[in-house]
Design a binder for this molecule. Structure first.
Ligand code: URA
Length: 236
């Protein structure tokens, strides 16, 4: 039963991905990711539980990304003979979009230990324009490196688009990957439509956005849930 349930749910989520982008979206069939995602979705999860869930999702998603990394082969001497050995031959930069990506990237770095890290701070203005302002960026050289841009919520896609434009001012990556916790169709369309070679790894795809630009059912305001809200009432 367990495996079928996971497959059914992931297949259902692939159904929300616009068909022209489906081959570039990876939603892992992972019971552990779905378990952590459920904790993150739960409105009664504490701030600590929420952050830990994002760390776990970051770790598991990075493991999925690692499956497409180039490897070098070499011979390794065991105490008893010779065996084929492998080492990951890629040079990675993870770009962390503040605030909510902090625990997410913490998890990714547990797997992609040698990755360089870039930081971008972007804020989103009110509906209906949702204008994005990049307030701060510190990005290492990205030329010929694999760049993973990590932002837990791919909603309208405006933030990721602005952040990616800013990142690409630093050079030409060998490959570009977006990593999110929850994505939804308008954001997927906007970002994968603009960057034709990029791939998206995400724990979940949800069907819609509300008028305030929040993903439904989603998990709420990811930054507030990680670090505490600056308003007393939950957003609906
Ligand atoms: N940002 C969030 O934190 N949550 C959403 O649902 C959309 C954007």
């Amino acid at each position: 039963m367990g495996v079928d349930v996971v497959k059914d749910y992931v297949d259902e989520m692939y159904g929300w991905v616009p068909s022209e982008y489906r081959s570039r979206v990876v939603i892992p069939r992972s019971p552990l990711i779905l378990e952590a995602l459920s904790v993150a979705r739960d409105k009664d999860s504490s701030q600590i539980a929420f952050r830990k869930a994002l760390v776990r999702i970051g770790r598991f998603l990075a493991y999925e990304v690692s499956k497409e990394l180039p490897v070098e082969e070499y011979w390794v001497e065991t105490p008893l003979g010779r065996a084929r050995g492998f080492r990951v031959a890629s040079d990675i930069v993870i770009v962390e979009v503040l605030r909510a990506a902090i625990p997410f990237v913490e998890g990714m770095l547990k797997v992609l230990k040698d990755a360089g890290v870039g930081i971008v701070s972007a804020s989103r203005g009110p509906a209906p324009e949702f204008r994005i302002e990049v307030n701060y960026a510190k990005i290492p050289s990205i030329d010929d490196r694999i760049v993973i841009i990590a932002d837990p919520m791919l909603a309208t896609g405006n933030t990721l688009l602005e952040v990616t434009e800013r990142v690409l001012r630093e050079g030409r990556p060998s490959r570009m990957i977006f990593a999110t916790v929850v994505a939804c169709p308008p954001g997927i369309r906007k970002v994968l439509g603009r960057y034709g070679e990029a791939r998206l790894y995400t724990a979940a795809v949800d069907p819609e956005l509300n008028q305030k630009g929040y993903i439904v059912p989603g998990l709420g305001d990811a930054g507030d849930r990680c670090f505490g809200p600056d308003h007393p009432h939950p957003i609906r």
